[in-house]
Design a binder for this molecule. Structure first.
Ligand code: NAI
Length: 340
């Protein structure tokens, strides 16, 4: 299955002429996208930053943007609303303070599929709901734009209330610099499935494999220092992934010794992956796509603001750091800092 890829030539910035564009949030993505959009020729007086009174608002002001703290007021003038506050607060803030005053023909832009896929946001059927989701951290969205380069991005139309949702989504993608390298046609389902799958299936396995490998090698007499450097502190894994992105997931192995290439390729082929595949399917269908995780996460979401052991995330960190790997790394880092 190959996806359509949209480039600058597929998009018409003229469609944004005269429109008021509101950025709800001036954080990682908001700051980068708003500046890119302005540098693409959208007049500053057509851009409004809706932000609570905090350091992000001050940052927006210092960069010459007009800032509105009253979200309902900002929403009432928006032809386009970029929803760029953290995913876990979008439902409460958008439904409570933005949706009631948002125009019936406004375009709502999300940068992640989560809240739209799980139907947590209340839209009017006449509104456009589009996803323009950079696959890149905010600082790189900005720095790549400044260098005249693009960045990978997913784009989709989830609700086409006005009938011109795609054209608007592409114009906005071009304005933030996302069609320069090609914006890949996707959907909130696909984006959410891949994102949450990576977070809940793939990376937990990788963390577990490192944790168990560490214990086995430690038991065999390897030192904490040698293990930490061998396994990640040398940054070799980061380099391998960089080569994989540039040259090929398998082809990058050519940079390793013959012993290494033979070991890795024959070892991976000898693992049939059946158990992992079953586990992965279970996570994908019975935890991610059926909304189970979303429901459970929404129950603990408010606790994430709490301090200490009452915050479930702090507890997960504490338990994870208890592993041999976690404890050894702590000692090694203290030693390197001259504290031990
Ligand atoms: P962020 O964490 O940088 O957001 C900070 C902004 O949200 C600030 O303007 C802050 O004032 C506002 N904010 C925070 N809590 C708030 C609250 N309770 N009420 C009102 N405003 C609040 O957010 P980030 O990382 O830019 O994410 C925004 C969207 O972009 C999300 O949907 C995220 O999934 C998506 N995204 C983020 C990427 C990243 O690099 N962080 C990459 C691609 C997509």
């Amino acid at each position: 299955m190959s996806a359509k890829i949209y480039y600058d030539t597929d998009a018409d910035l003229g469609l944004l002429s005269g429109k008021t564009i509101v950025f709800l949030g001036f954080g990682n993505q908001g700051a980068a996208q708003a500046q890119n959009l302005r540098d693409s020729g959208i007049p500053n007086d057509k851009i409004l930053i809706a932000n609570r009174e905090d350091a992000y608002a001050e940052d927006a002001k210092s960069k010459g943007f007009t800032v509105e703290h009253d979200f309902a007021k900002a929403a009432s003038v928006a032809d386009v609303l970029f929803l760029l506050i953290p995913d876990q607060v979008q439902q409460r803030v958008y439904n409570g303070q933005v949706a009631p005053t948002l125009k019936a023909n406004a375009t709502i832009v999300v940068a992640s599929g989560y809240n739209v896929f799980y139907q947590l946001l209340e839209f009017k059927p006449t509104q456009d709901v589009v996803m323009v989701a950079p696959r890149m951290i905010g600082s790189s969205v900005r720095s790549l734009y400044e260098k005249g380069k693009g960045f990978p991005c997913f784009v989709s139309v989830e609700q086409d209330g006005t009938g011109s949702g795609l054209a608007t989504a592409l114009a906005l993608s071009k304005a933030i610099g996302a069609t320069k390298a090609g914006a890949i046609a996707s959907s909130v389902r696909e984006e959410t499935a891949m994102d949450l799958f990576a977070e809940q299936a793939l990376w937990p396995h990788i963390i577990m494999l490192f944790r168990e490998a560490f214990s086995v090698l430690k038991e065999a007499g390897c030192s904490d220092e040698a293990l930490c450097y061998e396994m990640w502190m040398s940054k070799e894994p980061a380099e391998i992934f960089e080569r994989a992105a540039e040259e090929g997931f398998i082809k990058q192995l050519k940079h390793h010794s013959s012993v290494s290439q033979f070991g890795q390729l024959s070892g991976a082929l000898a693992l049939d992956g059946k158990d992992a595949r079953e586990h992965f399917k279970n996570i994908l269908y019975n935890q991610v796509l059926n909304g189970k995780f979303c429901k459970e996460f929404s129950k603990i979401e408010a606790d994430l603001e709490k301090e200490g052991a009452e915050n479930p995330l702090n507890e997960l960190y504490r338990k994870s750091e208890e592993s041999e790997l976690g404890q050894a790394e702590k000692r090694v880092r203290q030693r390197l800092a001259g504290l031990l």
